[in-house]
Design a protein around this ligand. Structure first.
Ligand code: FMN
Length: 189
């Protein structure tokens, strides 16, 4: 039997997958931020719902353009992703030429060249809360590293190769459960 106690509200010990959302600003520059409040919905087809708190460049761009990319974060990308999650996109210097950015194939969205799984998302509905907004999205395209579609390679090996990063307790974890660092501790570009 598990003896349970009430604790302050948090989602500690409930790991979440990390994505970098890519959007274009009014002046055409790409912006990326780091996000984890994303999950899936069903409405005749698979869709995505996600929450963005407060006001930020990503939210401004999504409200205007109604589309964005969600780029799965891998261990290789973690220093960049941590930087993107701890720097303000309203500063036009945030995205530098060293960050390899490509274009989506179906929507006008920037994507991160190093991410092996990318959703191209169109916002079809939203709910404004007091200090956050929830967006409901159709998945217009999934871009996937071709190697991941090779069914002759065992699934366990394919996902180990992806090495997706998850997070809980303000800490990044490897697919195998190893601590990779705290939020804001592994920043780099
Ligand atoms: C690990 C991590 C996860 C985050 N997840 C979210 C999230 O799901 N929603 C959100 O509004 N902000 C989230 N943030 C904060 C944004 O990444 C941050 O506000 C960033 O500045 C957004 O980029 P932008 O300023 O270019 O829009 C997260 C930050 C970190 C470090």
């Amino acid at each position: 039997m598990i003896e349970k106690i009430s604790v302050p509200v948090s989602n500690d010990f409930c790991p979440q997958t990390l994505f970098c959302y890519g959007t274009y600003c009014d002046d055409g520059r790409p912006d990326f931020g780091l996000f984890c409040w994303l999950s899936y919905i069903w409405d005749r087809e698979l869709g995505v719902m996600m929450c963005i708190a407060d006001e930020k460049q990503t939210k401004d761009n999504i409200r205007k353009n109604k589309c964005f990319s969600a780029n799965l974060v891998t261990e290789k990308m973690l220093p960049l992703a941590d930087y993107l999650g701890n720097s303000d996109g309203r500063n036009s210097e945030k995205i530098t030429p060293e960050i390899a950015v490509e274009k989506g194939q179906k929507l006008d969205v920037p994507i991160l060249a190093d991410s092996p799984v990318v959703f191209e998302l169109e916002v079809v509905n939203s709910v404004a809360l007091t200090e956050g907004d929830v967006f409901f999205c159709k998945i217009r395209n999934v871009l996937m590293d071709r190697a991941l579609t090779d069914e002759s390679v065992p699934l366990e090996k394919r996902i180990a190769g992806v090495a997706p990063v998850s997070t809980t307790c303000e800490t990044y974890f490897s697919w195998g459960g190893k601590v990779l660092g705290g939020w804001g501790e592994v920043m780099g570009r």
